[in-house]
Design a protein around this ligand. Structure first.
Ligand code: BG6
Length: 284
């Protein structure tokens, strides 16, 4: 069942419930906030300190970073991670699929605060499919007469038993860049013991979060992406973020299906690009 309603924060939202899973999407940011396959721990993490206000990004779930990832390339006054996560999206459709999944389509073709942002003619469509797996596909169409350039990410926050209990597989041998350390090449699986913020480049690999506490693996496959961001803020950065609890870094890790750094893309007039993440749970 797909239901459009006003949530307890007064924001428009879509709830999805079927025999396989439940999910919740906020139209603030076109933001998938919850995905819970039946009988499972939630797959996505949400901060207890998040803002839920029109025009502010939500801390947790799957923020859509677009049309730039991180700081704006030229203008430091622009908000981090672009404007798509700040805007109010609309519902463009919804249907039940034969395999028992449900599909919701959202759209964004203008921002509620356009005067703050450079003129760009675009149409974004988000196709969210909720079932045994969660698929989130962002289709970016260039409706202008000029080629445009963008970066972005499906900035997914995963719910984990504890950062000490997990490793991330799939990026062995991938080159990374980071603001925290020199460029390098990943050796083996990733484990965490300090602030971690890397963009892995030239990779279309499926990643796995191996969580010995929850006795599960989360599989993260992707399309239209050759960069993967891995982030955990650790102690001091958690304390600096007003919408993030001081100890919450224990329970989350971000694995982001991205078009970041040298994986910036361009789209010719009338053409489009699809960035997609496909998330599922496996037993350990
Ligand atoms: C990650 C970046 O993708 O997003 C981090 O790599 C950043 O550097 C994090 O801190 C959160 O960004 P924001 O704008 O949501 O606080």
């Amino acid at each position: 069942m797909i239901n459009v309603f006003t949530d307890r924060h007064g924001l428009p939202a879509v709830s999805i419930k079927n025999d396989l899973a439940a999910a919740l999407i906020s139209l603030q940011g076109g933001h998938v906030m919850e995905y819970v396959p039946h009988g499972e721990e939630p797959i996505l993490w949400m901060s207890s300190q998040s803002y839920f206000e029109q025009g502010k990004p939500i801390r947790g779930g799957i923020p859509i970073c677009w049309p730039w990832f991180g700081a704006h390339p030229d203008n430091p006054d622009m908000p981090a991670h672009g404007f798509a996560r700040l805007c109010l999206w609309s519902v463009a459709g919804g249907k039940e699929l034969e395999d028992g999944s449900s599909e919701v389509l959202l759209r964004l073709d203008k921002c509620e605060v356009p005067e703050k942002f450079p003129a760009m003619a675009f149409a974004l469509q988000l196709r969210v499919t909720v079932g045994r797996q969660l698929s989130v596909a962002l289709e970016i169409a260039n409706t202008s007469g000029m080629t445009f350039y963008f970066s972005g990410a499906l900035h997914t926050y995963f719910n984990i038993s504890d950062i000490a209990n997990i490793s991330v597989e799939g990026l062995d041998g991938s080159r990374y860049v980071s603001a925290l350390e020199p460029e390098g090449v990943q050796q083996g699986a990733i484990t965490f013991s300090r602030e971690f913020d890397r963009v892995y480049l030239g990779t279309d690999a499926t990643c796995y979060i191996v969580d010995t506490g929850f006795k599960r693996k989360i599989k993260i496959a992707k399309k239209g992406s050759l960069s993967t961001v891995v982030w955990n803020p650790w102690i001091e950065k958690s304390q600096r973020m007003p919408d993030f609890g001081d100890e919450e870094y224990h329970r989350m890790v971000c694995i982001e299906t991205a078009n970041a750094k040298e994986d910036q893309r361009h789209i010719l007039p009338g053409e489009s690009h699809i960035l997609e993440t496909i998330i599922s749970k496996e037993s350990l």
